[in-house]
Design a protein around this ligand. Structure first.
Ligand code: HEM
Length: 576
């Protein structure tokens, strides 16, 4: 009996130790990556408070209590509330026992790191996202070139058209539900944008269309969960899923000891594999019957491109294995879900508390969509420039990917960084040799809120993204000519919510089309105002303050920036 107990103990320890190691590694990486906590001390101020505490009284005590973390060359300056390093501007090196971390929000350094994908590589942490197979997001070098080449055609114009139509369909249903609430008061806006994003992904990703309200709950024959619920469980629990997956068989064996959440994740892992296998089989059947060309979703394009390469006898460099196809389909879902959903949710809330911006953007939406019941992608989308300005400005301040980590392939790589007072015209730079075992963290959020690049960076002002091409001497006379002369500002550097360089987000257009369709669909028919629980008409000022506070109370947990208390966000939606 005693030996049986020791055997059990040893087996348990053998299973648990790697899991604990993994949890520790993820925790350390999370600590190093998040913009709140210890490392915020090196991040310039955030206008809406995501890293606001960087400048607070917390700064000194935190530094003193973490003696395992040494900050090199401490000489800070304060500038409009932001912390800057006298010598290196926005660049700092933090040394910890786990690894060195170089943080930078310098736009030149960020551009250089993102341009040199072979030197600055995705760190190992990304491999935890290989749960269904390697994919374009997690691999490096030649392997990445192969994945990128095969996945790129997934994001073609036909898919964009499909994303547009499905986003309109979903948003119309979402709006109908909002308008049917008593007094138009809604408190589940954030959940609803997540449903829209998920349904657009399942439709554009797999060709599986769901109804906003009911279709989601349909469980396919032979399954225990609906396709939507399967994805919802995995995406809502992405960090736990990343920890559990490598030890799936161990957890399967100990399933009776697990709580409902872990059991749900294990089931969802199996269901996702089964759903993806079925979708792949059905797609291949259609292809063999030569009916595949009728479909234009990510899955069909991926299979077609990959299988075509196999039948053409192209060298192995141009093919993906079935595991890799599954891995890529999964990563599209991870990368394309909360990113778009949160951007939309922040935009709706920001528009509610900025009625003047809402009026400005509605002017354009009304003009562009006035002749069509359901606006067509090709005719409407390119003209929604103010809508895109709302997206850019929301991403600038609440971009879902506030930091991009990179590893280095060899020590002493030179990185050119600009000095604090340098501008695009004066190139005062320093070359930093990156020490071994250093992770480079590109602080995109800090770059987006730098006062040198963005005047009044704390102000949410979509109008900063629009210029007019009309000659100053001949001001436009009508709204339609004003709109025609408007163009989106293009920033060469200093704005990278989708990253930049060769690994720029391939889903950028997908996200832009979805965002534009959803925002235009809602604002075409409705007006959004801030609200508070319980309502009442004297609510406007209090409600605005409440919504502002909720937006400020955002955090970077899980995959993206999100509101800490989304359930407390109340809006009032009325038909216009
Ligand atoms: C507002 C929405 C989005 C934002 C802000 C965003 C942002 C980003 C960023 C910053 C990266 C680079 C990450 C890194 O290099 O570490 C990235 C990569 C990626 N994104 Fe997006 N993304 C969005 C939407 C989407 C959508 C809708 C999809 C797909 C349907 C998608 C798929 C991907 C993939 C596959 C990669 C990896 C590309 C590679 O490494 O070659 N993203 N995204």
């Amino acid at each position: 009996m005693a030996s049986f107990t020791s055997l059990l103990t040893v087996t348990f320890l053998l299973g648990i130790i790697p899991i604990l190691r993994r949890i520790r590694r993820i925790y350390i990486n999370y600590q190093l990556a998040k913009p709140t906590g210890l490392h915020i001390i090196i991040v310039p101020l955030d206008p809406y408070g995501i890293v606001w505490q960087a400048g607070s009284r917390l700064f000194t005590p935190i530094l003193q209590h973490f003696d395992w973390c040494r900050i090199l060359d401490l000489s800070w300056t304060w500038e409009d509330g932001s912390i800057r390093h006298e010598k290196y501007g926005d660049n700092f090196i933090v040394v910890s026992p786990a690894m060195n971390v170089l943080y930078t929000s310098d736009k030149f350094a960020i551009e250089e790191v993102l341009a040199k994908r072979k030197i600055f590589v995705k760190p190992k942490l990304y491999e935890t996202l290989d749960m269904f197979g390697k994919n374009v997001d997690t691999v490096n070098g030649e392997e990445w070139s192969r994945h990128r080449k095969i996945t790129a055609p997934c994001f073609n114009e036909r898919v964009s058209g499909f994303v547009w139509n499905e986003s309109i369909r979903q948003s119309q249903a979402m709006l109908a539900q909002w308008l049917s609430q008593p007094g138009g008061r809604i408190s589940k806006m954030v959940d609803d944008t997540r449903i829209v994003a998920l349904h657009v992904l399942t439709a554009a990703g797999f060709g599986v269309q769901h109804d906003f309200v009911s279709g989601a709950r349909v469980t396919a024959p032979g399954h225990k969960l609906s396709h939507r619920d399967t994805l919802m469980i995995l995406l809502n629990n992405i960090i736990t899923t990343m920890i559990v997956t490598p030890h799936e068989s161990f957890f399967d064996k100990t399933a009776m000891l697990l709580g409902p959440r872990l059991k749900g994740i294990l089931l969802a892992l199996k269901e996702f594999r089964q759903y993806t296998n079925e979708a792949m089989a059905s797609e291949r059947k259609l292809l063999s019957e030569e009916r595949g060309s009728l479909k234009h979703n990510l899955m069909s394009t991926l299979i077609r491109t990959s299988d075509q390469a196999k039948t053409d006898g192209v060298q192995s460099a141009a093919k993906l294995s079935d595991d890799e196809i599954r891995g890529n389909i999964f990563i599209f879902n991870v990368a394309g879900h909360d990113t778009v959903a949160n951007t939309l949710a922040y935009a709706f809330a920001l528009l509610a508390i900025h009625p003047e911006v809402q009026t400005w953007v509605v002017e354009e939406i009304d003009q562009v969509t006035r002749d069509a019941n359901t606006p067509e992608y090709e005719r409407a989308y390119p003209h929604l420039k103010r809508v895109m300005a709302v997206m850019y400005e929301t991403l600038r301040m609440f971009g879902p990917v506030p930091q991009i980590p990179r590893g280095i392939t060899t020590p002493n790589i030179p990185l050119t960084i600009s000095c604090p007072d340098s501008t695009a015209s004066s190139s005062s730079t320093t070359v930093l040799l990156i020490p071994p075992n250093t992770q480079v963290n590109l602080n995109i959020h800090a770059m987006h809120t730098s006062p040198s690049a963005y005047p009044s960076p704390k102000v949410w002002n979509p109008k900063r993204w629009i210029t007019s091409t009309a000659p100053a001497t001949q001001p436009a006379s009508s709204l339609s000519s004003i709109l025609q002369n408007e163009k989106l500002v293009h920033m060469e550097r200093g704005f990278a919510p989708w990253a930049s360089g060769p690994r720029v987000c391939p889903g950028m257009k997908f996200a832009q089309v979805e965002f534009s369709a959803a925002l235009a669909t809602v604002l075409r028919r409705a007006w959004i105002a801030p609200s508070i629980k319980g309502g009442g008409d004297a609510e406007e000022t209090a409600a605005r303050k409440e919504v502002e506070a909720l937006l400020r109370d955002s955090h970077h947990i899980g995959a993206t920036i999100s509101m800490k208390r989304p359930e407390d966000l109340w809006l009032k939606v009325t038909r216009r």
